[in-house]
Design a binder for this molecule. Structure first.
Ligand code: SF4
Ligand code: SF3
Length: 544
């Protein structure tokens, strides 16, 4: 049956089965169909590039970039701008048509690689496009798991790319894997293997981004971040793109405009290079889903560099600017390709005429515990473990979201025994990073490594501890994994951890709707993946 839309890629999907009328995130059915078509066209282009590589042709960086950005744009809450997405479908199909001319053998190309339609039809339902086009529920589940994983990889690869770090092997994998999602001859077992391979490239992409970030901005250091406000007008920056933030800092030098971070931009404070800017004022507010109240009281313009956008209220919509993968109809998009300097003057000009932000909280939080900093403290940490002062580490990385059930994470953090340390990354931290959970011999009980991509840092820390304690297996460490997910970057973090051999990860607040019962069983049987229960039951499960 033809659906208006079908999307189940995030944790908040309707009834935990799928959004079919309108997205819980605010994505309407038209934009959902246009996004589906963009993914379809991108799969077709990837089939062609993969064939060309097999015939010995080189694929340009521009083509690789087009593909990663197409994927990134369709991540939850990144881009709601149907017309901008239609532009990309046109671009993708035109490029594909050029490349098809170079193919020596055009036999057996999929419908996606041959798809043609007029722009005015991009928003109507197309047979064979979208999640439900795959009829077998296990194949569908695995195909989508792979696609969501590579959306996450694409986001991280894009962030590394703007910092002049790329690894073509990652692009080759992305395109090969996308082409495989069109291949009806693949079995469930082959797709399970492709899923695990996706995890491998997830590790590569996060390692690449870690290298890019630390080589460009220095290794994160322990940092105290202000939560209050100053008296100058400000610009609030959200999302994950550090290069955009850097360009904005360069352009606001001497203007009297302060820069604040929101949600996933908080970890920018931990990098030595950003600490040099004296107009770097602090972090304003909480996780992405609180933006309706917090953007209003901020008073100044807001730059969304990536996901997560909540459809804005009219009261501040004209102050929202998007760039990169982000987009929202009616909000100004600041253009700029990889390597170009973006022009943020309109945002800066607007800020000059705005009131200073209204203070919504005071105090500070501490972060900057990425791998280099934690390893520098290794002696102290190891001594605390050996003395019994630290009994367990609890990895509570991932995403935050608006669902009520997420109170679990604040309550779980509060209920943890006092001799446990929380290792975190991603916006999940906002559920417990202001609870004053204290410290153990000077080591804070919440160690924030950074953004969701810095979950890689947590894996590096775990591997280092394994080495220091002389253990054979990462799972022998006193580490519990209780991870919260929301969008597709968390999917790649999960697949990356599985690839690194981490077992018994608890995933919540609900298990992904896109896991069919059989695929969920494979994850449970092979990796010990489990959901969450009540705080009381889970504390018993982990500690008794
Ligand atoms: Fe629904 Fe999530 Fe898809 Fe939005 S991204 S339409 S909330 S499943
Ligand atoms: Fe958060 Fe969107 Fe996922 Fe990057 S900002 S962790 S949800």
């Amino acid at each position: 049956m033809e659906e208006k839309m079908f999307c189940w890629q995030c944790q908040e999907t309707a009834r935990n089965t799928g959004c079919t009328i309108k997205g819980v995130c605010g994505k309407n059915d038209t934009v959902a169909r246009i996004q589906d078509l963009l993914i379809y066209a991108t799969k077709g282009l990837s089939e062609v590039t993969t064939r060309l590589r097999n015939q010995g042709e080189k694929i340009t960086k521009e083509t690789n970039r087009l593909i990663t950005l197409n994927l990134f744009i369709t991540i939850t809450n990144a881009n709601f701008d149907g017309e901008a997405i239609k532009d990309r479908i046109e671009k993708t199909c035109a490029l594909r048509d050029e490349l098809i001319k170079k193919l020596k053998d055009k036999t057996g190309l999929s419908k996606a690689a041959l798809f043609q339609d007029k722009r005015e039809n991009f928003e109507i339902f197309h047979e064979g496009v979208g999640v439900l086009a795959t009829k077998d529920e296990d194949i569908r589940s695995l195909r989508e798991l792979v696609i969501y994983g590579i959306k996450g990889i694409s986001a991280y690869a894009k962030h590394a790319d703007v910092l002049k770090n790329n690894n073509e092997e990652i692009d080759i994998f992305i395109q090969r894997a996308l082409a495989k999602t069109l291949d009806d001859s693949l079995t469930v077992d082959q797709l399970v293997n492709l899923t695990l391979e996706t995890g491998k490239y997830g590790v590569e992409a996060m390692a690449l981004l870690d290298k890019a970030n630390t080589e460009t901005y220095g290794n994160p250091v322990i940092t105290t971040v202000d939560l209050g406000v100053r008296n100058n007008p400000g610009i609030l920056v959200s999302g994950h793109d550090l290069r955009d933030l850097e360009m904005l800092f360069e352009q606001t030098k001497g203007t009297g405009i302060d820069i604040y971070t929101h949600s996933e931009m908080l970890p920018a404070h931990y990098y030595p290079k950003f600490q040099k800017y004296d107009n770097f004022a602090g972090n304003y507010g909480n996780a992405w889903w609180k933006q309706k109240e917090e953007f209003e009281s901020f008073n100044g313009p807001i730059l969304m560099t990536t996901n997560c956008i909540v459809p804005p209220k009219d009261s501040y919509k004209d102050k929202i600017f998007t760039t990169g993968s982000a987009g929202y109809p009616g909000c100004k998009h600041i253009p700029g390709e990889v390597g170009e300097i973006k022009d943020f003057s309109e945002i800066i000009e607007m800020a000059k005429h705005c009131k200073a932000p209204k203070e919504i909280e005071t105090g500070t939080i501490v972060g900057g515990f990425a791998h280099n900093q934690v390893i520098a403290l290794a002696d102290k940490v190891v001594a605390a473990v050996k003395s019994g002062a630290i009994k367990k580490f609890v990895v509570m990385a991932g995403c935050d979201g608006r669902q009520k059930g997420r109170d679990y994470y604040s309550e779980f953090a509060k209920a943890l025994p006092k001799d446990t340390i929380i290792l975190t990354a991603g916006c999940a931290k906002y559920r417990y990073n202001k609870l004053d959970l204290g410290d153990i011999g000077g080591i804070p009980r919440v160690l924030d490594a950074g953004q969701c991509n810095d979950s890689y840092s947590l894996a590096v820390i775990a591997l280092k501890l394994k080495e220091v304690f002389g253990l054979e297996d990462i799972n022998e460490l006193p580490i519990i994994y209780n991870i919260a997910w929301y969008e597709q970057k968390a999917v790649i973090v999960l697949l990356a951890l599985l690839y690194l051999g981490v077992k018994n990860i608890h995933l919540g607040p609900t298990l992904p709707a896109f896991l069919s019962p059989n695929v969920a069983k494979v994850l449970v049987d092979t990796f010990g993946i489990a959901g969450i229960g009540t705080v009381e039951d889970d504390i018993k499960l982990f500690f008794e």
